[in-house]
Design a protein around this ligand. Structure first.
Ligand SMILES: Nc1ncnc2c1ncn2[C@@H]1O[C@H](COP(=O)(O)OP(=O)(O)O)[C@@H](O)[C@H]1O
Ligand SMILES: [Mg+2]
Length: 200
């Protein structure tokens, strides 16, 4: 049996329909990861170009949607499309637009009032995964959003517990910190975003 769609700790499983939206023909999860990673890397390189980043409005819905589309457009047909089904994480699909609007209003307020950039980035990250705009890959997208915001404001890169949030120890610490943030306690997630080497 193929492990192509095996899900991971804290992941939202794909529906059958969403699985059918895989664009390339692949048979293992490793191939999928490699393919997806190349797609993400090209989007990240695009987004991080200094002149483009200087102009980018990271607090606009169109930017966030375009970023997800660019991260996954060679991999998934649902790249850059809002979720239409319920998931184990995330608000009801009918609330996506309004909850995103509220988040972006808050984020603009934090930026205008010169709240610490790291905190704004981490709060945006958490609220994006809490809302869960897209059928999948919200975590990857929302981490890149936070990374771009800190880079745009010339802050050192976030470490996310050592880079990828992919190893089990890092993943567990990350999910625990997100759950604390769900309870409005952002301390652990602020610490996690700047912590290193939890995975070794
Ligand atoms: N309790 C939680 N509260 C908020 N966000 C969560 C919680 N549990 C998991 N998440 C986030 O949801 C993501 C899983 O959703 P998914 O769309 O599959 O993203 P990805 O595939 O990029 O991990 C996790 O990576 C994490 O960012
Ligand atoms: Mg996932």
């Amino acid at each position: 049996m193929t492990d192509l769609f095996r899900s991971h700790l804290g992941d939202t499983p794909l529906s059958d329909e969403e699985r059918r939206d895989l664009i390339p023909s692949l048979s293992t999860q490793r191939e999928l990861n490699e393919f997806e990673f190349a797609n993400i890397r090209s989007a990240r390189d695009w987004a991080r170009q200094p002149r483009r980043l200087a102009k980018a409005d990271i607090t606009s819905a169109s930017y966030l949607i375009d970023l997800h589309r660019r991260m996954f457009n060679a991999t998934w047909r649902w790249a850059g499309r809002f979720r239409t089904t319920e998931k184990t994480i995330g608000v009801s699909p009918v609330r996506l637009q309004s909850d995103l609007g509220a988040l972006l209003g808050d984020a603009r307020y934090w930026l205008e009032h010169r709240e610490p950039i790291d905190e704004t980035a981490v709060r945006m990250h958490h609220r994006l995964v809490y809302i869960h705009l897209f059928p999948n890959s919200n975590g990857l997208h929302a981490r890149l959003v936070a990374d771009l915001l800190v880079q745009k404001h010339n802050r050192p890169p976030l470490s996310w517990g050592a880079g990828t949030a992919a190893t089990p120890v890092v993943r567990a610490a990350y999910l625990a910190a997100l759950r604390q943030a769900d309870q409005h306690d952002y301390g652990p997630l602020f610490t996690f975003a700047r912590s290193g080497d939890l995975g070794s």
